[in-house]
Design a protein around this ligand. Structure first.
Ligand code: TRP
Length: 360
């Protein structure tokens, strides 16, 4: 590939909500469209990563395809020659490079990864026989070597394609640093094998640190809308019916100030509703604020927000049913073929360097 590569993994996850949609999905698609003429954009589903913690395997295959459809419904173009979409497990070089990199990675390095610590801690808190993500765990299933190894597979994902820019959330920056470390280490030992991705600071400069707005939970506007809200009452999922979503909006926590002002500290619930309204309707936030500021009937604002959210969901769900699955499969298969060529070329260089293949 001659153009510089921007690469990121689209985590498979069935219950996306409007916080993910406006905060991550849409900004990522915009980024891809904006840069596609000057960069190669690799967007892949890290399906091998998806069972580093236990999952219901009966659902996985459907989830991967569903996730890809969500991206297409949200506007990811299938006809841009520089935007490549693929499934990690369809490019076997990811697994093979992971093994090789594993043998140059220290246990201590992996032990320091905060995501490993957090996720393994959560697993330790599950009592044997108790449910985790909807399934029952046996004791020995709890913390897998795959979870430990997660960052090495992620480094392979990045290094196989020589990616320079890798947009990731804050929870993934340590993994990105590891990808830089292992690339540098291999280059020192074996000569120039890998392109080292840019440091986190340069990534932020390139992509802009502010990755979309943070939508707050409707029932507890002091925290962001997140899957970890057990009740789901404060979360609007992309799959919610307009009626369900309206009910959640009407039940949103507000305040007793009695007058509408956009003020994140004093009126977080109201401010969140104004932001959601702007995003769902496509109006500028300043216009929305101008329209409601000083009004006193919270119920009227809620009705308007419920209407704009319902319309947005109806529209998105219609687009989802209209996704051309045959076109999606054709694109995936042709991109996967192309990606195998790129990835295998890198893998061969590494195999030659470590002595598994004769040098050219
Ligand atoms: N670990 C990333 C996440 O949880 C997903 C991912 C896997 C990824 N491989 C990647 C992101 C490579 C960027 C590059 O969000």
């Amino acid at each position: 590939m001659s153009k510089p590569v921007i690469l990121t993994g689209l985590r498979a996850n069935n219950d996306l909500h409007i916080g993910n949609y406006f905060g991550a999905l849409l900004p990522l698609i915009d980024m891809a469209k904006n840069h596609a003429d000057e960069y190669e954009i690799n967007l892949f589903v890290p399906d091998l990563h998806s069972f580093t913690t236990p999952i219901d395997h009966a659902q996985l295959h459907g989830q991967i395809m569903h996730n890809l459809k969500l991206f297409v419904a949200a506007g990811l173009p299938l006809d841009h020659p520089n935007i490549h979409i693929y499934r990690q497990s369809y490019v076997p070089a990811h697994s093979e490079l992971t093994w090789i990199l594993d043998c140059f990675t220290g246990m201590g390095e992996m032990n320091r990864m905060t995501q490993f610590k957090d996720k393994s801690q959560k697993l330790l808190e599950v009592k044997p026989g108790e449910g985790y993500a909807g399934i029952t765990l046996a004791k020995e299933q709890q913390i897998s070597v795959g979870l430990f190894n997660y960052p090495v597979l992620m480094a392979a994902d990045i290094l196989l394609y020589g990616a320079t820019y890798v947009p990731v959330g804050d929870d993934q920056t340590q993994h990105l640093e590891f990808a830089r470390d292992i690339a540098g280490r291999m280059n020192n030992k074996f000569g120039e094998l890998f392109i080292v991705p840019k440091a986190v600071k340069e990534q932020h400069e390139f992509f802009g640190k502010e990755q979309g707005l943070r939508i707050k939970d409707l029932s507890d506007p002091s925290r962001k809308m997140s899957k970890s809200d057990e009740t789901g009452k404060g979360i609007i999922f992309l799959g919610d019916s307009p009626a369900e979503a309206s009910k959640k909006v009407m039940a949103a926590t507000t305040d007793s100030a009695g007058t509408i002002h956009h003020d994140m500290d004093k009126q977080p619930g109201i401010s969140n509703l104004l932001q959601i309204h702007a995003l769902a309707s496509g109006e500028e936030l300043t216009d929305v604020i101008g329209k409601y500021d000083g009004q006193t009937r919270y119920g009227d604002l809620k009705k308007d927000v419920a209407a704009s959210v319902s319309a947005m969901l109806t529209d998105f769900q219609a687009k989802l049913t209209q996704v051309d699955e045959a076109a999606l499969m054709t694109k995936l298969e042709s991109d996967e073929k192309q990606m195998n060529e790129v990835a295998n070329a890198t893998l061969l260089r590494v195999q030659q360097a470590v002595g598994l293949r004769a040098k050219a």
